[in-house]
Write a protein that binds this ligand. Structure first.
Ligand code: SAM
Ligand code: SF4
Length: 346
């Protein structure tokens, strides 16, 4: 389906939970406040996927919050993968629970994963994510401090690395590593991240920091730590302009000489990629967001609860697609409508 500006919308991101076991400085530094309502069920997620596919969506990504905190995440993957017409089913995760789930997720029909990792150094990892160790079970909607005692805890940095390797072993390929670029925090590691593409079959995606949240702390974090993709690229002189395909996303991709995989830059702050926007989002609680940075949301919940004709669901999704703005607001205010990426589904 095309939106009002002629863009083909073929990509749906579904957040399956707002909960998270990490407290990343740029996303949920104070942890997660559990919402009053429960997230969409497996069946509701499948119905949303089916309706979206009927409108032309063929790529679906499950995200959150931390999607692997859902106890029924394997069933969710199986249900979405079973929808005829889903050609690419991906998931974005912080990786903590991935080691024990990767194989099951692959068997259920997941094609690939993006794993967020902003540092290759253990001490920094705790500083950025707000956690050092967590219970290996990572129960749904739970916060790290409410988990089992210290003895039962697992080092979070090691767990993420185990998750990356498990994803590779399970064939959830290509594995992509998402790195939020943070001046003064991880900007001395960009070269190390880039070099991972020489030694591993992983793609690396640098993401510009976004000033999400209309609060002083978010604004200050952005002012202190934002670094543009242009500056980042200038710091990586070995990059040769890549001829790799642009893929589904708005990433500018490059390749180091001799590397099999690519290094991408996602530039929501320094450069609009609205003209290439191909997506809509559904939040964990059933709101459709036509634009990540827009304030307009439509509620699917009512239609999902009443067991109405599936056409009603399709109509609502089609209306959301039709309401996509030509571009998101620019300037310093572009992300103030987003409370946190963990809420809207990053
Ligand atoms: N919990 C999962 C994870 O971290 O991969 C999935 C959800 S998370 C919201 C999805 C992506 O959004 C992550 O790669 C994260 O780094 C990114 N993200 C969150 N807040 C951001 C911000 N303020 N600026 C840029 N990227 C952000
Ligand atoms: Fe959790 Fe992902 Fe947000 Fe970090 S970026 S707090 S892992 S939802």
């Amino acid at each position: 389906m095309q939106d009002s500006f002629g863009r083909t919308i073929d990509y749906l991101r579904i957040s399956v939970t707002e909960a998270c076991n990490f407290r990343c400085v740029y996303c949920a530094p104070n942890g997660h406040v559990a919402p009053q309502t429960s997230p969409l069920t497996v069946e509701e997620i499948e119905r949303v996927a089916r309706a979206a596919v009927a409108l032309g969506v063929s790529k679906i990504r499950l995200t959150g919050g931390e999607p692997l905190l859902r106890r029924d995440i394997v069933e969710i993957v199986r249900a979405v993968a079973s929808v005829q017409g889903v050609r690419d089913l991906a998931l974005t995760t912080n990786g903590f629970l991935l080691a024990r789930l990767a194989r099951e997720l692959a068997n259920a029909g997941l094609n690939r994963v993006n794993i967020s990792l902003d540092t290759l150094r253990r001490e920094r990892f705790a500083q950025i994510t707000g956690v050092r160790a967590i219970s290996p079970t990572g129960t749904s909607e739970a916060q790290p401090e409410r988990q089992a005692g210290e003895s039962a805890r697992q080092d979070a940095f090691d767990a993420v690395w185990a998750g990356i390797r498990a994803a590779e072993d399970a064939g959830l390929a290509p594995v992509k590593i998402n790195v939020v670029a943070l001046r003064g925090i991880n900007d001395d590691e960009f070269e190390d991240f880039a070099r991972l593409t020489l030694t591993h079959p992983w793609h690396v995606r640098f993401i510009e920091l976004m000033p999400v949240g209309a609060n002083d702390a978010a604004r200050e974090l952005f002012n202190r730590h934002f670094i543009s993709a242009d500056e980042l690229i200038a710091r990586l002189p070995e990059l040769a302009q890549s001829d790799a395909p642009r893929g589904n996303g708005p990433a500018r991709t490059y390749r180091l000489p001799g590397a099999e995989t690519t290094i991408g830059f996602i530039t929501p702050a320094s450069e609009h990629f609205c003209n290439a926007c191909n997506r809509i989002r559904v939040t964990a609680h059933g709101a459709v967001c036509a634009c990540l940075f827009g304030s307009n949301q439509m509620d699917l919940r009512q239609v999902l609860c009443e067991n109405v004709n599936e056409n009603a669901l399709q109509e609502l999704l089609a209306r959301a697609i039709g309401s996509k703005p030509e571009q998101h607001p620019s300037g310093d205010d572009f992300a103030i409508h987003v409370q946190a990426m963990s809420k809207i589904g990053g």
